[in-house]
Design a protein around this ligand. Structure first.
Ligand SMILES: Cc1ncc(COP(=O)(O)O)c(C=O)c1O
Length: 366
C-alpha cells in the first residue's frame, strides 16, 4: 500500500516495536464504535464457509443492498472494497481523461494511470475552506467545446477526503443532468456518506444514466480488514464493471459480515448519534488549539491546518512516537505542508490527541 494512505498500523508497530493494536489510529477514519455485535456472531457462524469458494456474484448481499436502497440488485456490483471498483472504472468505461477536484483521494488518479489514462485537475480553494467549486464544474461540463471535450468523466468525492467538505444533493443532481446531456460520466465516491445521509444521492441516482455511485462497508460499518464495497449504476454499467473484476474477489466472510452489518439498524443509528456528539466536541476542542485552522466536517474526520512554522510531517512523526497516528496531508495536491487529517474517535482517545497536540504546539520551536 502506498504511504499516501492512513491506517498502516502494521508498519508503525514494527517501527515502534509494539503490537498493532497498541497504536491509536487517527489516520484511517473508521467508526469508533466498531462493527455491529451481529457481525462477530455472523463471522463465528460462517466459519465453515472458509472451505468453499465465495459466491462470486455476491447474490445475497446484493439482495440486501437492493432492499436497503429500494433498487434493483442487478444495478449493484460488489467489489473487494470500493477500491477495487475505483480501479475497474477507467477500464470498464474506457476512460482516457478524467476530471478530478483536488485536494481529494489520490486513488482516482492512480487508477487512471494504471489504465493508461490521465487526469484533468481543478482545485478547490483554501480561501473558500475547500468548498467543492460547483459553479466552476458546471461551467466545465456545460461548455460544448474546449475543456469539456478533453475529458470523458468527472469524479467527485462526497463528502470529500481529506477536507470533509460535502456538496448538496441539488448541486450533484444538476451536475448529473449536465453529464447526461454532454454524454460524460459522473462518478460519485460516497465512501463516507453514511455520516451525512442528507448529502447522498442514493437511491435516486440509480435512475441517472451516466452516474456511478460508490459506497464502502469500510468506514461506517467498520470492516476495513474484510474489504467490501459496492457500486450502484445502470444495469449495463454494472455488467461492464463486473467484466473487469476477477472471480471471487469478495471473500465469503466479508460477504457474511457485510450482510450482518446492514441488518443491524440499531447499531447504525447509535453510530450516527455517537458521531454527531463526538465530532462536535472534538471540533470544538481542536478549535481551541492556538492558531490552528479547522474545517467544519461532514464526515467522521477533521481537516486541520497547523500554525505557521509547523510541518505536518514533523507533527505526525512526533505524535507517532507517542503511539498516535495521524494523516499527514502534505503530499495531497492543493493543500499546504501544514495540513493534517484526524479521525474522530472515542472521547477519551480524542482527549489524548488534543493533549498531545496542545503540548507539542506549545513548543515554540515547531
Ligand atoms: C474517499 C475514499 N474512497 C474510497 C476508499 C476505499 O475504501 P474501501 O476500498 O475500503 O472501500 C477510501 C479509503 O480510504 C477513501 O478514503
Amino acid at each position: 500500500m502506498s504511504d499516501a494512505h492512513g491506517g498502516n498500523i502494521y508498519a508503525v508497530a514494527r517501527e515502534l516495536d509494539c503490537r498493532p493494536d497498541a497504536i491509536v489510529d487517527f489516520s484511517a477514519s473508521i467508526n469508533p464504535l466498531g462493527p455491529s455485535p451481529m457481525v462477530w456472531k455472523a463471522i463465528a457462524a460462517a466459519r465453515q464457509f472458509v472451505t468453499h469458494y465465495p459466491d462470486t456474484s455476491c447474490w445475497e448481499l446484493r439482495q440486501a443492498l437492493g432492499h436497503r436502497w429500494g433498487i434493483d440488485p442487478e444495478q449493484i456490483v460488489v467489489g473487494n472494497g470500493s477500491m477495487e471498483l475505483i480501479d475497474a472504472i477507467p477500464r470498464a468505461l474506457k476512460l482516457r481523461r478524467l476530471l478530478i477536484v483536488h485536494p481529494t483521494f489520490s486513488e482516482y488518479e492512480r487508477a487512471m494511470a494504471r489504465a493508461g489514462g490521465s487526469v484533468v485537475t481543478v482545485y478547490a480553494q483554501r480561501e473558500q475552506d475547500y468548498a467543492i467549486p460547483i459553479d466552476h464544474l458546471v461551467q466545465l461540463l456545460d461548455s460544448s467545446k474546449g475543456r469539456a471535450r478533453s475529458f470523458e468523466g468527472l469524479v467527485l468525492c462526497n463528502p470529500n477526503s481529506p477536507t470533509g467538505r460535502a456538496c448538496s444533493v441539488e448541486a450533484i443532481s444538476h451536475l448529473a443532468k449536465l453529464a447526461a446531456r454532454r454524454k460524460l460520466w459522473l462518478v460519485l465516491d460516497e465512501a463516507f456518506a453514511d455520516y451525512c445521509p442528507e448529502r447522498s444521492v442514493l437511491p435516486q441516482a440509480a435512475s441517472w444514466p451516466r452516474v456511478i455511485v460508490l459506497r464502502s462497508m469500510t468506514k461506517f460499518y467498520a470492516l476495513p480488514g474484510l474489504r467490501v464495497g459496492y457500486a450502484v449504476a445502470s444495469r449495463s454499467v454494472v455488467r461492464r464493471l463486473r467484466a473487469q473484476l476477477p472471480p471471487w474477489s469478495v471473500n465469503a466472510i466479508g460477504q457474511v459480515a457485510a450482510l450482518a452489518a446492514l441488518g443491524d439498524k440499531a447499531h447504525a443509528e447509535k453510530s450516527l448519534r455517537f458521531m454527531g456528539r463526538a465530532r462536535a466536541r472534538f471540533v470544538s476542542l481542536l478549535s481551541t488549539l492556538p492558531d490552528c485552522r479547522v474545517i467544519e466536517p461532514s464526515a467522521n474526520y477533521v481537516f486541520v491546518e497547523l500554525p505557521q512554522g509547523w510541518q505536518a510531517e514533523t507533527m505526525a512523526a512526533r505524535l507517532k512516537r507517542q503511539g498516535l497516528l495521524i494523516r499527514d496531508c502534505s503530499s495531497v495536491p492543493g493543500v499546504s505542508a501544514r495540513a493534517i487529517r484526524v479521525a474522530v474517535r472515542r472521547p477519551s482517545e480524542n482527549n489524548r490527541l488534543i493533549k498531545a497536540l496542545s503540548t507539542l504546539l506549545d513548543d515554540r520551536n515547531g
